[in-house]
Each structure stands twice: as structure tokens, then as C-alpha cells.
Write a protein that binds this ligand. Structure first.
Ligand code: ADP
Ligand code: MG
Length: 254
């Protein structure tokens, strides 16, 4: 499998707080990788640095052979990297469909091509059709005209995935997509991720639920206090002493 994302010797501190130190890993095309670790171990910060929401202090981040660590978050989306947030916040006045369509405007290439080829009206229709298809795939069709701010936590997470997918990413990074999600919706998220992966999407998921990780992930990377302490198959996790220590240290049972 070819390498899609390469992170080398990445370091990030906030003031004197060294949150990530000498973090190196590769993600190959086609993988679904679980990123695990206790609260505060640096998982969200790692996603934020890779996706351009935080600048790195040292190291490099390469997507499909191209350095992205100096690019803006906006350019990184254009380079093919989509993400969701741990706590998605939704605008109060916009409907679910409007939020999904607005996500298309982040993807400059999508609009540019359409505006130049078919004009504004057809471009808007194309965005609407694409949003409708994704809302259907992510089980949100029935709420598409409701205010996005009124969705349940789980539905907001699904809408976050829709927004990320509006840019046709080749790599999708999800920050705790199942935390606080109803068990029924959790199973739906499992199905959605499997389907996307079958269609060729590579996925990195920050996740605490070991059951979910065993069901979905092909590999796990474990962070503890800003260091990678394991990279292994999900079925190897329970026999991995360093992983256990990381979790016990952080107050989580694996
Ligand atoms: P995790 O997602 O694994 O729970 P985070 O990456 O959110 O961990 O946080 C790791 C550490 O970085 C925490 O100590 C947190 O307080 C700190 N941190 C994260 N983001 C910021 C920020 N923007 N400014 C200052 N400190 C931050
Ligand atoms: Mg986090």
C-alpha cells in the first residue's frame, strides 16, 4: 500500500506545555486507523496540526508526497484532507441542508470548476444534489430542513462528516465520532465508515470505544503524553503492556 500521509518528528508545545514530542507515523492508502490515548494525550492537537488549525514547532507533515505543514487549513482541505471536530458547533439559523451546501463553498476547486463550466445556477444545483446524496448516505435526509443547531449530538457528528465529504477528501480524520452518540447511531456510523472505506477512503479516527475500534479499524496508534507508544493491530491491543499502562495512567480501561 502506498503512503498517503507521513508525519515525521512532529513537535508542538503550548507555552511550556509540550503536548506532542517527536511524533512520527505513516498512514497508507486504504487504512482505517484508530488513534487512541487518555484524555489530554494530544490526540486532538495532532489532528489540529495535521489539518492546519495549529502550526507545528518542529517536524514535517506530507500528504501524497507534498509538504502541507506550512499550508492554511483551507489549502489543506483543497489538498484532499477532510476532518470533523470533537465538539461540532452548528449555526443556529441554518438548516441541515444549508450547512451541508455551505461546506461546498470551502472547496474552492469544486465551485471554480462548476462556475466556469456551467454557471452559478447550475453550480448551486450541483452542490444541492451532492449535499442531498451525502445527507441520504449519512441518514440525515429526514432532518434536512430542520435547524442544524437542533440536531442531537450524534446527528451533528454525522453532519460534520457530510461537510467533510463535500470536499471529496482522500483522507478523512474524525475526532471522537461516536462519543455521546446513541448506540443505534453508533452502528450507523460503523456502517457508513465501512462503506466509505470500501469506496477507497482512508480514515483516521480518534476513538475511546475499544469495541468500535475492533469492529472498524485495521490498525491502531496509541498516544500517551504526546508520544506514540504503540502502533499495532486492534487484536494486539490487550496484550500490549505499554498500551495498558497508557490507559491505566490516564484513568481509562482499554
Ligand atoms: P486529547 O484530544 O488527547 O484529549 P488535546 O490534544 O485536546 O488532548 O490536549 C492535549 C493538551 O494540550 C492538554 O493539556 C490541553 O490542555 C493542551 N491544549 C490543547 N489545545 C490547546 C490550546 N489551543 N492552547 C493551549 N493548550 C492546549
Ligand atoms: Mg480530544
Amino acid at each position: 500500500m502506498s503512503s498517503l500521509l507521513q508525519v515525521q518528528s512532529l513537535a508542538k508545545a503550548f507555552g511550556g506545555n509540550k503536548v506532542l514530542e517527536d511524533v512520527s507515523f505513516d498512514i497508507a492508502a486504504g487504512e482505517i486507523v484508530g488513534l487512541l490515548g487518555p484524555n489530554g494525550s494530544g490526540k486532538s492537537t495532532l489532528l489540529n496540526t495535521v489539518t492546519g488549525f495549529e502550526r507545528i514547532d518542529r517536524g514535517s507533515i506530507t500528504l501524497e508526497g507534498r509538504r502541507i505543514d506550512a499550508l492554511s487549513a483551507y489549502r489543506i482541505v483543497e489538498s484532499g484532507l477532510g476532518r470533523t471536530f470533537q465538539l461540532p458547533s452548528m449555526p443556529t439559523k441554518m438548516s441541515v441542508m444549508e450547512v451541508a451546501m455551505a461546506a461546498a463553498t470551502q472547496h474552492h476547486g469544486f465551485w471554480e470548476t462548476l462556475l466556469n463550466t456551467v454557471g452559478a445556477r447550475a453550480a448551486e444545483k450541483a452542490a444541492r444534489d451532492k449535499a442531498a446524496a451525502l445527507l441520504d448516505e449519512l441518514l440525515l435526509s429526514h432532518v434536512k430542513d430542520l435547524p442544524a443547531s437542533g440536531l442531537s449530538g450524534g446527528q451533528k457528528k454525522l453532519l460534520g462528516i457530510v461537510c467533510a465529504l463535500m470536499g471529496d477528501p482522500r483522507l478523512l480524520m474524525l475526532d471522537e465520532p461516536t462519543a455521546g452518540v446513541h448506540p443505534n447511531l453508533r452502528n450507523d456510523i460503523v456502517q457508513v465508515l465501512r462503506r466509505l472505506n470500501h469506496k477507497g477512503m482512508t480514515v483516521v479516527i480518534v476513538e475511546h470505544d475499544m469495541h468500535f475500534i475492533r469492529e472498524v479499524c485495521t490498525r491502531c496508534i496509541v498516544l500517551d503524553r504526546g508520544h506514540i507508544v504503540a502502533s499495532c493491530r486492534p487484536d494486539e491491543l490487550s496484550s500490549n503492556e505499554r498500551v495498558l499502562q497508557a490507559y491505566l495512567g490516564g484513568g481509562h480501561a482499554p
